[in-house]
Design a protein around this ligand. Structure first.
Ligand code: FE2
Ligand code: FE2
Length: 137
């Protein structure tokens, strides 16, 4: 197995087991996609991209439930940021076809997957992390 194309920095651990496990699973899918694309295993990479898209959507549902349970005060903003990411997801399929046709490099597609995940993990979930930290003190 070649090296990981992407690793989630530990400072991006939220401190909620379910959320962190979901993020870690999405990171694994990104890495597997990168390896499949590198080896031109396009059937596998397409399957993984679909799994990533479905995984992101399922993650948002799970996360929004947790935000509600914990009475996170900025839930509306957070849900809106999830919607923004959902709008970007179908583009991944188009760009995956471009990679297969040789019109786009595979690294750029992996960057797009990372960007979708980071939009959630880095931009939105960090707010929830500081909220959780304040709750526990
Ligand atoms: Fe989120
Ligand atoms: Fe998240």
């Amino acid at each position: 197995m070649s090296e990981n194309v992407f690793e989630l920095p530990t400072k991006l651990l939220i401190g909620h087991a379910t959320i962190d496990e979901d993020h870690a699973r999405l990171v694994r899918i990104i890495n597997e996609t990168g390896h499949a694309l590198q080896k031109k295993q396009f059937q596998e990479s397409t399957r993984l991209i679909v799994e990533f898209i479905e995984g992101m959507k399922a993650h948002f549902v799970t996360e929004e439930d947790i935000l509600m349970e914990t009475k996170f005060p900025w839930i509306e903003e957070h849900v809106a940021s999830h919607r923004q990411v959902i709008l970007k997801l179908p583009r991944l399929i188009d760009d995956s076809e471009k990679v297969m046709d040789g019109e786009q490099g595979w690294n750029k597609l992996v960057d797009e997957l990372v960007e979708c995940l980071m939009d959630d993990t880095f931009k939105a979930d960090m707010m929830f992390k500081s909220f959780l930290e304040k709750q526990s003190t």
